[in-house]
Write a protein that binds this ligand. Structure first.
Ligand SMILES: [Zn+2]
Length: 259
């Protein structure tokens, strides 16, 4: 644990800078031949390249009052949102785990989840280039991780991938259509690798409940019946984040319930 105000302030700044890089990844990763370094940052509407002072995390958005300086089109709220979220997550990780290898590993985990959440919302895919290396990284990291042992990580990775695969197969056999994408399976394997198998009951329980609720709400205006597709990745990711920061309370509640 680290509650030094200076260290936390630096974490917030660092998180905002990384968040603005994540915005570029979210925008360009799903593009074919998308490069995250070239071309330099530009307005997605009028394509004008941004000068350095239009590219400062959060501040630029506030100073420009959410509009492009050239074409005056609104700038997506996603940009400041990702920057704020990454700032808060970075500070929370440093506060919780101090300046440690464990903190560094979970910093990468949170960054990966944020990218997955937004790409899944926009494109209904979870990119393999994030989830597959994430599975390997989560397992390697477990050898240096004070939060999860490598045995728990290995079981988590196998069970996470296996459980969802079984559910997806069952759903396919019953309804003859794909209910859950392969991307969700790889994402849960990555979550199991980073958080250990103990996280899986909560992550699956919480994401199914919140996912079904939001799914039902989304169906009301469309009147389409049971086939509205909503991406499941954001629910898995948010449940994983909740577990990362509230593990003790969550496990205590689970034990109370099952006793
Ligand atoms: Zn513009």
């Amino acid at each position: 644990m680290n509650n030094d105000p200076l260290i936390l302030a630096i974490s917030i700044l660092f998180g905002a800078i990384v968040g603005s890089f994540l915005n570029v990844v979210i925008l360009r990763l799903p593009e074919e031949n998308g490069s995250v370094v070239f071309p330099p940052s530009h307005c997605p509407r009028c394509k004008t390249s941004l000068s350095w002072f239009e590219n400062i995390p959060l501040l630029s958005y506030l100073v420009l009052r959410g509009r492009c300086r050239h074409c005056h089109n609104p700038i997506s709220l996603q940009y400041p949102a990702v920057e704020v979220l990454m700032s808060v997550l970075t500070a929370a990780i440093v506060y919780r785990f101090g300046l440690s290898v464990t903190a560094a590993g979970y910093f990468l985990f949170c960054a990966a989840l944020l990218v997955i959440i937004w790409i899944d919302i926009h494109h209904q895919i979870i990119p393999d280039v994030i989830s597959l290396p994430g599975i390997g990284l989560g397992f390697c990291f477990s050898f240096f991780n004070s939060f999860v042992s490598w045995q728990d990580s290995l079981i988590g990775l196998l069970a996470g991938g296996g459980i969802l695969y079984a559910i997806a197969l069952l759903y396919y056999l019953l309804r003859k259509q794909e209910g859950m994408g392969g991307g969700d399976i790889k994402l849960l394997a990555m979550i199991g690798a980073f958080l250990g198998w103990q996280s899986l009951p909560f992550v699956i329980f919480m994401s199914s409940i919140t996912g079904s609720l939001i799914g039902l709400l989304a169906m009301i205006p469309q009147q389409k019946g049971g086939n509205t597709r909503i991406p499941f990745g954001p629910f898995l990711s948010c449940s994983a984040l909740a577990y990362l920061f509230f593990r003790k309370d969550i496990l205590r509640l689970f034990l109370l319930y099952f006793q």
